[in-house]
Design a protein around this ligand. Sequence first.
Ligand code: ADP
Ligand code: MG
Length: 274
Amino acid sequence: MTTPVLQVRDLEVHYGLRRKRRQALHGVTLDVSAGETVGLIGETGSGKSTLARAVLGLVPTSGGRILIEGEDVTDHRQRQWRRLRRRGVVQYVFQDPLRSLDPDLTVEESLAEPLLIQGVSRREAGVRARTLLDRVHLSADLLPKVPGEISGGQRQRVAVARALVTEPRLIVLDEPVSALDSANRVQVLEILKELRDDGVALVFISHDLGSVAGIADRIAVLYQGELVEVGAAAAVINEPQHPYTRLLVSSAPTLRDASATRAEREELRALLSA
Ligand code: ADP
Ligand code: MG
């Protein structure tokens, strides 16, 4: 078997110091392989973004290991993380594309910048920028525009194109479709499926099981900083094992077998708060 692109082992993350110290992740273990999409779900505050940030070297870990393409990066210093991020093996897309895109750069400049830094010629960078736009199903007409001049859905697709510039092996997407309307959501999900088919490993984070259900090969459920369930997407949706997963499934109205009654949902809530 080939080494998974991402291996997370017994990961612990704490925030704050002394009396304010709070544990955000408890012993999280998860693998993501090339060409695989893992949907990470859980309610707000369950630690999803913390896990994303840890994998990108943006929050310090207090226990466990993180391996990227087999390389143990857990004890990397900031400088080494920066170098790793610049190499672009791991990329990220946030909910708000304005956080991943510089508002003053045109689409062309945003896409070309990482290439120019790598020493690619301006001409070649322009050609690659067009190819990338094509890959996210956007027209080259957008190249001279700044993020403020294009729609939210187009912006998020430009953010995905920008993540692709360095040909990453892993992309962490934190709520990438949560701010989009349903038409744009479908388009972005379609693009992500194509990337997955091209062999990119994806971690797709959402508080909404419905968005993840159509794209994830496996689903991981985070509850209060702990992974309470990980399994094939169909199994997690149709035969959820943990009470919290059952609650998520029953409150996602678009999922087929999500026909729990209100009474059942209340029962599950009571069970969880016990
Ligand atoms: P999610 O993305 O699932 O909503 P987060 O990872 O953002 O969850 O947050 C997990 C927990 O860690 C929450 O209790 C949150 O309040 C806390 N937390 C997140 N970021 C910080 C931070 N920078 N400092 C202190 N606590 C934080
Ligand atoms: Mg979050």
